[in-house]
Design a protein around this ligand. Sequence first.
Ligand code: GLV
Length: 328
Amino acid sequence: MPARILVARVVPPRVLERLRRHFDVEANADDAIYTPAELVQRLQGKQGALTTGSERIDAKLLAACPELRVVANMAVGYNNFDIPACSAHGVLATNTPDVLTETTADFGFALMMAAARRMAESEHFLRHGEWKKWSWDLLTGSDVHGATLGILGMGRIGQAIARRGALGFGMKVIYHNRSRLAPEVESPLGARWVDKATLLREADHLVLVLPYAAASHHAIGAAELMLMKPTATLTNIARGGIVDDAALAAALRERRIAAAALDVFEGEPAVHPDLLEVPNVVLTPHIASATVATRVAMAELAADNLIAALNGGTPPTPINAAELQQRG
Ligand code: GLV
């Protein structure tokens, strides 16, 4: 008997076809986001689930779905999973690192440049018929090349952004991370570890790439924004909730920082109304990994994880395999 799985959102058709060759699949043809109660109901009798950041896998759900053995997130971030609860219930959790690193770094860099050079503001200005003449200071921004790039959270994506800045744009790279990178990783980038306050004070362009956890909730709030240069930009491609969106909107309105670019929002897809009112912010709908090739690769990797985990193989990108092994 094949294992039964739920594919909780629409995925690329070829990945769904592949999963159907291995499993008895219930798919979500409408791509509607299930309520927590509906998710529990649909997971009854299922051993596996392919999820996205929209599905929350917590202790309550796990207790109500005793047959569940593996949850495969189609995302690198997994703050929608309660990992200790998964481990306590003997459920393997997996994510999709690596396959999206370069694509996401491209987008983070593009957003940073868009904020620095006021691209969204410029387009609105043109579309609204406000472009009447050349002026020396029309929509002047700040340079990216040669500027100081600050990175908060120096994992794989942070390092890929640092590479773009250091090697492509001659930027000076400073970063803050729980742990310092090894010298052989730091030195080709000329990257320097600094404390968080120094990062905030010295960065011309600050990019957030740290995972969301209780400890990183509002890691950038009013106090942190006060430390930044009035000419600085802030880019968030990490997770909503890392930035206090109301405090950021106030800082942008009062020009305490020059500009921001946000791909993620606390409570998304809702966006804090104050952010919609300020002109000096670029807003995109959580699309940093959204190229066709990368989204297919993410879905394939989630499928690889499910197939291996439920067919006695070794899942390529587990999150809590060590904890499960310890549990025995
Ligand atoms: C996207 O935000 C991801 O975590 O993959």
